[in-house]
Design a protein around this ligand. Structure first.
Ligand SMILES: [Zn+2]
Length: 259
């Protein structure tokens, strides 16, 4: 085996109502639209936490500051159970939509404060809402002492950015193929078993590739549907039974990458 152990990161973006409002501000007036976002922290996230406990797995939760402020109990619970709580914007607005770097920095700082207030710890990782960075984002992350970004799609495994000033910002690359959103929110929807097969294929093949990692992006409001959560249960068992994979938090994989 090339990578022994092979790193696997289970990550969950807890968009909550902020995701729905960020997509369309008029949704703030629509109770049903808001309830779809609220399904994440209210109904699905407690079950995701129980599933992770069952497998003794630690994960990373990317949380908008708005979610940390408005669902602070369950976000604090994520940290209490040993998971990483990382940054996912404040209002779940993509960085590229800010008119300048100053506006983007204020949004980042507000998100840091909210997570720090809910968990007691400053976030060290950042994933942008909708994976839409601006040309300023990586420099801002580096200036705010973030350890890693989890946004770019140009590699199969972690690497260190070459930024001005010689900083050591790590990239933990992502892919739409390893994200529950396109499969379950686009039409036509895929069955949980089809997605399980796709993700197993990726896991099996990535394990054979040098310096690769499996970084799965999920959303409690999407993967937390009962049939899909049962699939995630089977997938984690499959990963565990492979014998050569290690489930890591993103901050752990980032520090392994830097050394
Ligand atoms: Zn999101």
């Amino acid at each position: 085996m090339i990578n022994d152990p092979f790193p696997v990161c289970l990550t969950f973006d807890v968009d909550a109502e902020a995701g729905v409002i960020g997509r369309d501000p008029s949704n703030a007036e629509h109770p049903v639209a808001l309830s779809m976002g609220r399904y994440g922290p209210k109904t699905a996230l407690p079950l995701v936490l129980d599933l992770l406990d069952k497998h003794e797995a630690k994960a990373t939760f990317f949380v908008p500051g708005w979610t940390a402020d408005n669902h602070s109990g369950i976000i604090a619970e994520c940290a209490k159970r040993g998971h990483e709580v990382a940054h996912h914007g404040y209002h779940h607005v993509p960085p590229a939509s800010f008119p300048n770097a100053e506006g983007e920095r204020e949004e980042l700082e507000r998100g840091i404060e909210a997570i720090q207030k809910a968990t007691g710890a400053r976030p060290v990782g950042y994933r942008s809402p909708a994976w839409d960075l601006s040309s300023h984002t990586l420099g801002l992350l580096s200036g705010l002492d973030f350890a890693y970004s989890s946004n770019l799609m140009d590699a199969d495994g972690p690497y260190v950015h070459q930024l001005d000033g010689g900083t050591s910002l790590v990239e933990l690359p992502v892919s739409w193929t390893l994200d529950d959103f396109p499969f379950f929110m686009a039409r036509p929807e895929r069955s949980a078993s089809e997605v399980e097969e796709i993700w197993r294929d990726e896991f099996d093949a990535l394990r054979e590739r040098e310096d690769a990692a499996l970084i799965l992006t999920m959303h409690p409001q999407i993967i937390g549907r009962p049939g899909r959560l049962a699939m995630l249960d089977r997938l984690i068992a499959y990963i565990r039974h492979s014998g050569d994979a290690e489930l890591l938090r993103c901050d752990e994989l980032a520090s392994q990458t830097r050394t």
